[in-house]
Design a protein around this ligand. Structure first.
Ligand code: NAP
Length: 329
């Protein structure tokens, strides 16, 4: 009799444990579904206070919901996006690498302000990301124009209340040719857009970023390590960005703002069409890289999210190549 009581008690304890496990699992599942927007509750609790102008229906402005993605962390524990409630400004972000970075930062929870020179590109990119349920706004900004940079800063502040991350992706190469054959006008254009504009934009944002311990990512190129003959002044501008990264990292470390640099290799975008559209160069790249493929814009996105995240809190002044291979020691 005693033995069967003991067995019954043990079965009861096992059943109780099982109930607890199932309860915990279903809570986690509900959290996940809610964060993914798959159950209704969230819709009525849309956080609009952070984005007061959202509901006003600006043309091409924020999706009226900052729905955050849920990502499985390396520990296997569900959590809200690692960049939840942070604000990112990404320049040159309506296509290619900048677009992939903007999407990833938004998927990881950030409110993202995308921008580029052409209104139709801004509208198209913003609409696409908003359709994916991401909290994204778009505004025209030619980074080489002071008035456009001012408007970008003012708009980000007005609509998001501050800025945590700046990613400077806009870059140009208007000439394929030698350095010494380059006119002064072209020199000015390349250095203005590629090198000066990230520093000038950052100086405008700094008073707001320093209250929030932000992070900056500049976008250089593998051409900074291995200059290519035909890329002349572009090589120079991208090498200058490595120096800018290290200088700004030093200057801003006391303010707890980190500055790092993404160094893409050949990535399949409109910008690199000349490279990836050229069969013999493509063959050469495949043989050199051993990876048997050139990069995709998405290959560059995760590393920028990481550099913005608290996981990179002790990383500054670094250049990180996303190039299939880099012989830099
Ligand atoms: P992409 O696909 O051509 O996209 C360039 C983006 O920048 C577009 O959204 C474009 O939109 C915008 N843009 C161009 N000039 C601008 C300006 N003055 N102000 C603001 N926005 C501007 O190019 P990508 O390949 O992604 O290149 C992005 C960055 O990566 C560049 O800095 C480039 O140097 C660097 N990079 C690329 C590669 C590669 O293989 N793709 C390799 C190394 C480095 P609008 O036309 O509307 O302005």
């Amino acid at each position: 009799m005693k033995g069967s009581d003991e067995r019954a008690r043990r079965r009861w304890r096992e059943a109780e444990n099982l109930m607890h496990i199932l309860e915990a699992k279903s809570t986690r599942l509900a959290d996940g579904l809610e964060a993914e927007g798959l159950i209704q509750q969230e819709a009525s609790q849309t956080p609009t206070t952070m984005l007061p102008a959202v509901a006003r229906g600006h043309r091409g402005w924020f999706h009226p919901c900052a729905r955050l993605s849920v990502r499985m962390s390396s520990t296997g524990i569900d959590r809200k996006g690692i960049l939840a409630e942070r604000v990112a400004v990404v320049t040159g972000s309506t296509s290619g690498i900048g677009f992939a970075i903007a999407r990833r930062l938004a998927q990881d929870g950030a409110h993202v302000v995308i921008s580029s020179r052409k209104q139709q590109n801004v509208d198209r990119a913003a609409a696409q990301l908003q359709r994916e349920g991401l909290s994204v706004a778009g505004i025209v900004c030619h980074v080489g124009k002071a008035e456009d940079r001012e408007r970008l800063v003012a708009t980000a502040l007005e609509h998001c209340g501050g800025v945590d991350f700046l990613v400077c992706c806009a870059g140009v190469n208007p000439l394929v040719g030698s350095t010494l054959g380059t006119s002064e006008q072209i020199w000015d254009k390349i250095l203005n857009v590629n090198v000066k504009s990230p520093a000038l934009l950052l100086s405008q944002l700094l008073p707001y970023m320093e209250k929030r311990k932000g992070a900056v990512t500049l976008v250089s190129s593998i051409a900074a390590y291995f200059p290519r003959m035909e890329l002349g002044v572009y090589n120079v501008s991208k090498t200058a960005l490595l120096a800018l990264t290290r200088t700004l990292a030093l200057e801003l470390a006391p303010k707890d703002i980190r500055v790092n640099c993404l160094v893409p290799g050949v990535i399949k975008t409109d910008f690199s069409k000349v490279s990836h559209g050229n069969e013999s160069l493509l063959k050469y790249l495949r043989e050199c890289l051993q990876m048997q493929r050139i990069g995709e814009p998405e290959d560059c996105a995760g590393v920028v999210s990481f550099l913005c995240s608290p996981d990179a809190s002790y990383i500054t002044g670094e250049n990180i190549a996303v190039a299939g291979f880099s012989s830099r020691l």
